[in-house]
Design a protein around this ligand. Structure first.
Ligand code: PGA
Length: 220
């Protein structure tokens, strides 16, 4: 089971409170060093595809590795929604990060309108078509309508999407979208759910710990 906490543009808990937890933390860039120094498995929330150059505001894979960061998210729906991220730029980021030696969690998922119009599988097929299997590639299925909304896919919905994703690309698949201590067991208990990408609930030490403890009880 892989549990990753996505702190988004929040400060997050004191990294020292998380020492010993079997989890990944994805803090904002400004907290990466502090998390690495506390001994946490630390991933960035994004990574650029070039190793250096005139790309104001971007951070490259070699820069992250130099800090002791071991992986990065790519293609989070908030990047796709607000920052013009496309399937092609997600693919470029993932490829460059993997080539440089980082682990990658690539996020996919449909919007509410896409789900309601029966487009979920087509969207996932399109988002996955640009990615190739890799030993260090993990996917995160994050239905956009469940992110930060308190709405969660039912365990059955998550299982169906994860099984579909795995039929297209051989990689572990995390579920993300309003994972909380009280729904973690049902979601993580599904055979094709290999972990969770946790946003809001990772900002609170106790709820993040509770999710990690639930994950530890579930045989992988
Ligand atoms: P949430 O966020 O748990 O707050 O819904 C998940 C994510 O965006 O990764």
């Amino acid at each position: 089971m892989i549990i990753a906490g996505n702190w988004k543009m929040y400060r997050g808990p004191d990294p020292r409170a998380l020492v010993g937890l079997d989890a990944i933390v994805c803090p904002p860039f400004t907290s990466l060093r502090e998390c690495v120094q506390a001994g946490l498995t630390t991933y960035a929330q994004n990574v650029h595809w070039e190793s250096e150059g005139a790309y104001t505001g971007e951070v490259s894979a070699p820069m992250l590795l130099e800090l002791g960061v071991t992986g990065s998210l790519v293609g989070h729906s908030e990047r796709r929604q607000y920052f013009c991220e496309t399937d092609e730029t997600v693919a470029k980021r993932a490829r460059a990060a993997l080539d440089a030696g980082l682990n990658v969690i690539a996020c996919v998922g449909e919007t509410l309108a896409e789900r309601e119009s029966g487009e979920t599988e087509n969207v996932l097929r399109r988002q996955l078509a640009v990615l190739e299997p890799h030993a260090r590639l993990v996917l995160a299925y994050e239905p956009v309508w469940a992110i930060g909304t308190g709405l969660t896919a039912t365990p059955e919905m998550a299982q169906a999407a994860h099984a579909f994703i795995k039929s297209l690309l051989d990689a572990p698949v995390l579920y993300g979208g309003s994972v909380k201590p009280d729904n973690a067991e049902g979601l993580l208990g599904q055979p094709d759910v290999d972990g969770a990408l946790v946003g809001g609930a990772s900002l609170d030490v106790d709820s993040f710990k509770a999710i990690c403890e639930t994950a530890a009880r579930i045989p992988s």
